[in-house]
Write a protein that binds this ligand. Structure first.
Ligand SMILES: [Zn+2]
Length: 340
């Protein structure tokens, strides 16, 4: 088969790769219906966190089960399935507590390279969730979104303890922040303030349920949030960027006793202890345990109560994967969907 391989900074090629096959008896092989480029793929693409090149790319996926290993019990060939960017056994104490992304046997799906027509999924029974039936084509983008961005946005809102009637701030107007708006709306937040200075993303945020847009950043952005919340700050803040500026903006926008869900992959963030001490906020973040939420999120998509697939504002055939990276790198696209 041919799939995406990153050869170096800004050098993605669509090239011959070995066909995936069953290696462990707990594996499944999927024929992918769709895959995509993640905001986090842009870090190695830009030469930050440089991996050992060349490396296969991609960790978001959904599709039809083609084959399963001899120890797979619940997942069957012919099912349409979605899985997270971490494979997990879903049985260890960490999984049972709902933190499948830190499963004692977690496997990073990026290593399998999901930007390809076929994919090996380890720990298939623990990782994959089947849809009630084969989905109609228009549901595929939203089902794909549950694999990472919607699941991550949902975790961020849950970690930020979003509650009915409360005020939520979203820092980061990428696909995850936008999905965080959907989650906050579903969880009953009264006021959802999206911090964004990008017109297309503001529009989508409003469509997803944001009630206010703040275009200022840094200290000015924090001052605006304080103005809007009687000087107190928000009850809940979703941080979906991963930079020092975004993290401090999030902490300073949260009222004492409030909660921050931080899901932007941390890059060089250092928290000042004394400010953190007196901020008196709850902090929970990390790689989202998407597997915990998959059944609920698939159900919401299946019943057409949410449409997170709208974050895909560019769809390309898989062989144009290099253009998908360029479009996201240059912020011409929020998120690019790839059709094998
Ligand atoms: Zn586990």
């Amino acid at each position: 088969m041919r799939g995406a391989i990153l050869y170096g900074p800004r050098d993605v090629r669509f090239e011959e790769r070995p066909d995936p096959k069953i290696i462990e008896p707990t594996d499944a092989i999927l024929k992918l219906s769709a895959t995509c480029v993640c905001g986090s793929d842009l870090w190695p693409y830009r030469g930050i966190d440089a991996p050992a090149y060349p490396t296969p790319m991609g960790h978001e996926y959904c599709g039809i089960v083609e084959e399963v290993g001899s120890a797979v019990r619940n997942i069957k060939p012919g099912q349409f399935v979605v899985g997270s960017f971490f494979a997990s056994d879903n049985t260890c104490p960490i999984c049972q507590a709902g933190y499948q992304s830190r499963c004692v046997d977690a496997r990073l799906m990026g290593a399998e390279g999901a930007q390809a027509p076929w994919l090996r999924v380890p720990l298939a029974d623990g990782t994959l969730v089947a849809t009630p039936d084969i989905p109609s084509d228009d549901l595929i983008p939203s089902l794909l979104a549950t694999s990472d961005v919607f699941g991550t946005g949902w975790f961020a809102a849950d970690a930020a303890d979003v509650q009915p009637g409360k005020t939520v701030v979203v820092v980061g107007d990428g696909a995850v922040g936008l999905c965080g708006v959907i989650a906050a709306r579903q969880m009953g937040a009264e006021r959802i303030i999206m911090m964004s200075h990008h017109e297309t993303r503001q529009k989508l945020a409003l469509e997803f349920g944001a009630t206010d847009i703040v275009t200022e950043r840094g200290d000015k952005g924090v001052a605006r949030i304080k103005d809007m919340t009687d000087g107190l700050g928000a009850h809940s803040v979703i941080e979906a960027v991963g930079t020092q500026e975004a993290m401090m903006q999030s902490i300073r926008s949260t009222r004492p006793g409030g909660h921050i869900g931080f899901v932007g992959v941390s890059h060089g963030v250092q928290l000042p202890g004394e400010e953190l001490f007196f901020a008196e906020v709850h902090l929970l973040g990390g790689p989202a345990p998407v597997r915990r939420y998959l059944p609920e999120l698939i159900d919401l998509v299946w019943k057409r109560q949410v449409n997170p697939g709208k974050v895909f504002d560019l769809t390309l055939p898989l062989d144009q994967v290099a253009e998908a990276y360029r479009a996201m790198d240059e912020r011409r696209a929020i998120k690019a969907l790839l059709r094998p």
